[in-house]
Design a protein. Structure first.
Length: 553
């Protein structure tokens, strides 16, 4: 380039500077900024080619961002420049070289490309190097100090433009991430189905982060091991490669910190490098899944291309993991509640079946004298269905015998003590004698909450020749009642224990209220079985005339 008058050179520099800064100020996308620069500078500075490489912090290497005027073969060479040159650049100094096609360090690539002169400039932002810009000519060109200074000023503008583009991209990503967080949170919190929650997370998160795969592993409280519960984009072979609890990246995540790995093939925090290579995984991000301060699992996002995860991406993954953790915990609690309800239903069926097997008629009456339970024997005698009997007034089913005074249910409600009496009932086949025994079931306040009445037909007992047989039958009934109480207690205590453990884990107030209701009902059933055990012993007593009665202990 011919030497121009000083004023003309300054004017030309100013014109180029204004044009370049105007061009790069028109775009905000980082890639557009770099593409604009490498295409416009060669013409403005009378050079043949231009490249921009950005510093990859995770690997401390310069990655090609944009280029113009050079072949793919030249751009893909392994070494960018000599170690000395790169050290100078990293220190913030420009490096100009001529006759590079004759330098052994460059001769092969430069000679084939026809490159003779190179000016390498550091791209700085706030005194930190973020990349390098290279101006290349195919004729020997000695860059003057004025040209180098001017090019350095341009490189500073490039650094500012790239950083602004990055900031804009970061802000844009943060907005997009925020929208995605809201959407994923809405989806995972709109259901209590654990499988749906897990599938939503592993499908949506990698899609938004432009990754290829995602896994969720949750800690098993009993074994303290991570169990794979959901995955997307990975083969069965990879998923079954082995335990990962001892991997350094997992250990770090379980301690509460996120881990971003740029190159899994060379990072000692990765254990199964061979499997990852076969799966095509190059980068990964792992974050803890939390519920409050408790870490319940690990979320890992895997990329098939080398990816430097930004702070926005890490924050996005952390936010999703935290939101997902709450949804996962709620779904788990719901599952356990369903299991508990099933246990309760099974216990209720078990109690009902046992009560139906009891030969005497059995009623349970509340303090308002309404029937809350009746066994099959009682219903069969009356010829009624259970739905007809439940809720009926006690006296509509068992009319009081005024000649005998208070019925046993009234006596129990009056003084809280067990009561028994016998009375006659005229049935189709004649007069029958029934023995009615009522026992109290106390609530937590010590007051009678329910009355259990057992009604026995003792007509044949009154016949002397069958008195002994009836006593044997009665003994069998008493023994059966004790067995029933014992058999009921086994599943009942299991369900009660599960409910009480669940009560300590629940944070959701509505779910906690439901569980407390369950515990209260189970305690009521427990009290009922305790009262049934009072019928496991008896003694015979004289009553009126030659009538004997049995008092249960």
């Amino acid at each position: 380039m011919a030497k121009l008058p000083e004023q003309t050179r300054e004017q030309r520099f100013l014109k180029v500077y204004q044009k370049v800064t105007r061009l790069i100020s028109m775009v905000l996308d980082q890639q557009q900024v770099m593409d604009t620069i490498v295409r416009s500078l060669p013409e403005q500075l009378d050079v043949d080619a231009c490249t921009i490489r950005l510093l990859e912090n995770s690997t401390n290497t310069f990655v090609l961002g944009a280029a113009h005027g050079l072949s793919p073969e030249y751009l893909s060479r392994e070494s960018i420049d000599t170690r000395e040159t790169m050290e100078m650049i990293k220190s913030g100094f420009p490096v100009a070289k001529v006759d590079v096609d004759k330098d052994p360090a460059y001769s092969d690539s430069a000679l084939s490309e026809g490159i003779k002169s190179v000016l390498t400039l550091p791209i700085l932002f706030q005194d930190s190097i973020i990349g390098i810009m290279r101006l290349l000519t195919k004729s020997n060109r000695v860059f003057t100090s004025e040209e180098i200074s001017f090019s350095m000023a341009l490189a500073e503008q490039v650094g500012l433009a790239i950083s602004n583009g990055r900031m804009f991209k970061e802000m844009e990503s943060q907005v997009d991430f925020m929208i995605e967080v809201q959407e994923i949170s809405r989806l995972v919190n709109s259901t209590l189905d654990l499988d749906t929650v897990l599938k939503t997370i592993v499908k949506r998160v990698p899609l938004r982060m432009e990754a290829e795969a995602c896994t969720i592993r949750l800690l098993n409280p009993q074994t303290n091991q991570l169990e794979l519960v959901a995955s997307d984009g990975l083969s069965e072979t990879y998923l079954k490669r082995g335990r990962i609890e001892n991997e350094k990246n997992v250990v770090m995540v379980l301690s509460g910190e996120p881990v971003a790995i740029y190159d899994v093939s060379s990072d000692d925090r990765v254990r199964y490098k061979k499997y990852m290579q076969e799966e095509g995984i190059k980068s990964l991000l792992a974050v803890p899944i939390k519920v409050g301060r408790e870490i319940i699992g690990v979320l890992r996002i895997l990329s098939s291309s080398h990816h430097c995860f930004t702070s926005s991406e890490v924050n996005f993954a952390m936010t999703i993991a935290e939101s997902g953790g709450v949804a996962i915990q709620n779904a788990r609690v719901y599952q356990r509640m369903n299991l508990l309800f099933n246990q309760i239903e099974e216990s209720e069926r078990f109690v009902s079946d046992i009560l139906d097997c009891i030969r005497p008629e059995l009623l349970v009456i509340d303090t308002t004298r309404h029937v809350v339970l009746a066994n099959k024997v009682f219903l069969q005698r009356l010829g009624k269905e259970e739905v007809e009997v439940l809720g009926m007034e006690y006296y509509d089913l068992c009319p009081a015998d005024n000649d005998q005074g208070l019925c046993p249910v009234d006596r129990v409600l009056l003084d809280g003590k067990p009561a028994t009496y016998e009375h006659q009932v005229e049935l189709n086949d004649g007069i029958h004698w029934f023995e009615r025994t009522a026992s109290p079931m106390f609530g937590d306040d010590g007051q009678v909450e329910f009355v259990i009445e057992i009604i026995r037909d003792i007509t044949f007992k009154r016949k002397l020749e069958e008195e002994q047989m009836e006593r044997v039958k009665l003994q069998g009934v008493v023994d059966l009642a004790g067995t029933v109480a014992h058999e009921i207690n086994t599943p009942l205590f299991a369900a009660l224990g599960t409910a009480q453990l669940l009560e300590d884990d629940i944070e959701d107030k509505e779910l906690l209220t439901d569980v407390q209701t369950i515990i209260r009902n189970l305690n009521s059933m427990s009290e009922l079985t305790k009262k049934m055990t009072t019928m496991t012993g008896y003694e015979s007593k004289d009553y009126v005339g030659n009538v004997n009665i049995v008092e249960f202990k």
